[in-house]
Write a protein that binds this ligand. Sequence first.
Ligand code: HEC
Length: 153
Amino acid sequence: MKWRGLMVLMVCAAPLVATAQTGVNVPPSGSYVPRLGDIMNTVQTRHMKLWFAGKSANWDLAAYELRQLKAGLVEAALLYEGIPVNNVTTMAQPVQSVADAIEAKDGKKFAKVYADLTSGCNACHQSIGRGYIVMRVPDTSPFSDQQFAPQGK
Ligand code: HEC
C-alpha cells in the first residue's frame, strides 16, 4: 500500500524526471541516512524556490525545484516508515497539478495549486503530531544570491 502511494507520486512527475537525466546527479554509494528533519528542511527550501521560480515565470527552474521537492518527499517516505502512507499518497495529486501548471506556463493556476500543495504539507504535519510546523506561501525570497527570473529578463 505504501509502495503504491509512492509509485503514484513517482510516476506522476515522470515527464519532469525524464528531463533531469544529465548524469551529474548520480549519488555515490554509501550508507549516510539523512535525518527526517534535515530532509524536510531541503523540502522547505525547494518549496520556497519553487514559488519564486513560478512567480518569475521561470518554468524550467520551477520544474527543476518541483522535481527536487518530490524526490525529497519520496526519500522521506522510503527512509522513514513512521510517515503516514495516506499523507504521502495525497501529495501525488497536488504535485501533479503543480507540474501541469508549470507545463502549461500558467501563472494563475500555478498560484492556486501551489496553495493546495502547501495545504498537503500541513495536513501531514497535523496528522503526525507536528501541527506546530505550519507552511505557507512565502512573501520575500531569502535567497538573494540566486536569480529567479529567467536568463536575460
Ligand atoms: C507524509 C508526511 C509529510 C509531508 C507530506 C510533509 N512533511 Fe514536513 N515533516 C514531516 C514530519 C514527520 C516532520 C517532523 C520531522 C521530525 O520530527 O524530525 C516534518 C518536518 C518539517 C519541517 C521542519 C524541519 C525542521 O527541522 O525545522 C519543515 C520545514 C517541513 N516539514 C516542510 C514540509 C514542506 C514544505 C512540505 C510540503 C512540500 C512537507 N513538509 C510535507 C512530515 C511530512
